[in-house]
Design a protein around this ligand. Sequence first.
Ligand code: NAD
Ligand code: MG
Length: 392
Amino acid sequence: MKQITVLGSTGSIGVSTLDVIQRHPDAYKVLALTANRSVEKLRQQCLQYRPRFAVMSDPTAAVQLAAELKGEAPEIEVLADLDGLEHVAALPEADYVMAAIVGAAGLRPALSAVRAGKRLLLANKEALVVSGHLFMEEVARSGAEILPIDSEHNAIFQCMPRDFKRGLEPIGVRRILLTASGGPFRDRPKEQLKRVTPDEACDHPNWSMGRKISVDSATMMNKGLELIEACWLFHTTADKIQVVLHPQSIIHSMVEYVDGSVLAQMGNPDMRTPIAHALAWPQRIESGVDALNLFEIGRLDFQPPDMQRFPCLRLAYEAITAGGTAPAVLNAANEIAVDAFLNGSLKFTAIPQLVEATLSAIPLQPAESLEQLMTCDTEARKVAEQKLSALV
Ligand code: NAD
Ligand code: MG
């Protein structure tokens, strides 16, 4: 029986994780659940999954949850704040930790799990984008095991031999082919993009996801963040990664070898597949995902990405090539821009403008410590907030 902490259990990935877990009651048990401030959702999950711990980042929400659970499930210990998240990520009884908090807010809890040497199921790509090789150094030092949940990275992991930790050349990999659906605006005339609404941006053609990643998919910043994530996870550089537009989202990414072989991982676009893969690895378990019907799909299409149309992808290439603190700045500015777009105070087309302006305003430094990168994240948010007023 493996005990699991699910960080961000009320979100899209969190809910899919619990769905896979409840299909295997003899193999997995929920140890801790966490959320930001959705008290009612976490209360319901607590009553269904009966974890030992429940954490709310928001202290007021934690008090409210504790009051509600007192009568209904007094055995559940309610904790609050970042301290609570870090605590449940490192519990000695936790075998696996699912990192499914959105944004850089998930970095410290994910690191806490890494430092405690857990199997980390990593959905929270922003954590790795911000902290890069320093995060991977912590992984190497502690002996923690990272299993990628992002469908592309999970696909790449499945298409690669296990000794990629020394880099891709020694195992004969020529390139990684990172697939992208192109999001809801792939074919929308560029001049119409100024007026798109948050609801249109969040209406992804193939995947149902949280609002932040949905907007990132529409700007293609999501692919940019994934490019950076892939560099760190697979010990490689951006020039070895080709983004490939693949509108059907059936191939989740590919690995090309020097002998001309290209291995692809396919499946219906449903995050329960990578989640089940990472939970069971190296075994396999049922995920609840329907079998792929190739006759219904009929065809698979591929196109090169258009960097003019999707400036966020270019900015991410530039940030990972520049290195140092640039990816942390890119990520922080993007989080501010996406928030502003979602609350109606920034136009969709101004998202890359705000990110680019923030990157130009902050001098590049080498990445020396995690504390420095977190300070850099805070600083970049401040600069982006200031620049926001000029763009709205
Ligand atoms: P979501 O918005 O649906 O859920 C986010 C979760 O994090 C919620 O439980 C929320 O309560 C919690 N949270 C939000 N802000 C927090 C904060 N400041 N402190 C603590 N907890 C906080 O997001 P999602 O779509 O499930 O995505 C989660 C992560 O997984 C993201 O990093 C995303 O990029 C990645 N991811 C998601 C998908 C997907 O299909 N949804 C696919 C690949 C990768
Ligand atoms: Mg992805």
